[in-house]
Design a binder for this molecule. Structure first.
Ligand code: F6P
Length: 324
């Protein structure tokens, strides 16, 4: 392997820069050329790239976002788009790629490596944590801390005004962020896509909270929640049915994707990306790397993309007990 390419794709996540840095530095250490592609697969299709040496990634370990930018490429979904990308990689002598991103990135990587003779290793980077081949994705820990900080602040004002807050957090189709921040911030209820709580149970639970003497409440709602209403409809429904409650809604949105990565995310990114480069140099290909039981492990893309990525529903029970 003479040249390794690196890119970040899909929704950005804090720690992606630490990951790029680790790829570039590991390449420099092992005397391999490193090329960064801008805007994920789209940059590969357009040949939009830069050479990354050890110094080009100085002082980025602490910054959020991604210096290589990120995007979701429609063109890469087509064989013609992927062919263009492969042609550019060949022209640049790139024989292996480190793809940093989430499930869409891994799907793209899998099909690309089947069609073209380019070794690919996926590194999980998304705030959603919805990848089966790792216990943690890069950016998830930072997002949890951002959300906790926001909920704590909302709790202050909820308590001063005796209000009920619905707080929507990200996670697309997975409830990791909602579940863990819900428990961590002591929410009264947590609504996640993996469990349909039902509107009646929600109303019952809120009535119980009130009866038990609580004057303010926090309900954390995952954006992909299965209850069948968005967070504003949910708030209206509760207002109609429980007029005693003064209800407010906060959608945390993209604030969850930014910020300086936590130490955990920086270390995770560093470990995974050094390993990704080493594996490529050892001839490994077409797998993802992840942290499983605190060890870096390889998993096939197929396994890594399994639906069952290990959401811990036990946390719902814990939350029920603790919000008594
Ligand atoms: O996958 C990361 C994520 O932030 C999800 O949690 C969210 O559903 C989605 O991306 C938002 O995408 P966009 O930035 O395109 O609005």
């Amino acid at each position: 392997i003479r040249t390794i390419g690196v890119m970040t794709s899909g929704g950005d996540s804090p720690g992606m820069n630490a990951a790029i840095r680790a790829v570039a530095r590991a390449c420099a250490y092992y005397n391999v050329k490193c090329i960064g592609f801008y805007r994920g697969f789209q940059g590969m299709i357009e040949g939009d790239h830069c050479v990354l040496n050890a110094r080009s990634v100085r002082n980025i370990i602490s910054s959020g976002g991604t210096i290589l930018k990120s995007a979701r490429s429609e063109e890469f979904r087509t064989p013609a788009g992927r062919k263009k990308a492969a042609r550019h990689l060949k022209e640049l002598d790139v024989d292996a790629m480190v793809l940093i991103g989430g499930d869409g990135t891994f799907r793209g990587g899998q099909i690309f490596s089947e069609e073209h003779d380019i070794s690919v290793i996926g590194v999980p980077g998304t705030i959603d944590n919805d990848i089966a081949g790792t216990n943690y994705t890069i950016g998830y820990d930072t997002a949890l801390n951002t959300v906790i900080d926001a909920i704590d602040k909302i709790r202050d004002t909820a308590s001063s005004h005796d209000r009920l807050f619905f707080i929507e957090v990200m996670g697309r189709d997975s409830g990791f962020i909602a579940l863990n921040t819900g428990v961590g911030a002591g929410a009264e209820e947590i609504l996640i896509p993996e469990e349909d709580m039902g509107l009646d149970r929600l109303l019952e639970s809120l009535k119980r909270s009130k009866r038990s003497g609580k004057s303010s409440s926090i309900v954390v709602v995952s954006e992909g929640d299965k209850i069948g209403k968005n967070v504003f409809e949910l708030a209206d429904y509760v207002t109609e049915n429980l007029p005693d409650y003064d209800v407010r809604v906060t959608v945390l949105g993209h604030v969850q994707r930014g910020g300086s990565p936590t130490c955990f995310d920086r270390t995770l990114a560093s470990r995974l990306c050094v390993k990704a480069v080493e594996l490529l140099l050892d001839g490994e290909k077409n797998v993802m790397v992840g942290l499983l039981n605190n060890e870096i492990r390889m998993t096939s893309f197929e396994e890594g993309l399994k639906e069952d990525y290990g959401i811990n529903k036990e946390l719902l029970r814990i939350s029920d007990i603790l919000s008594t």
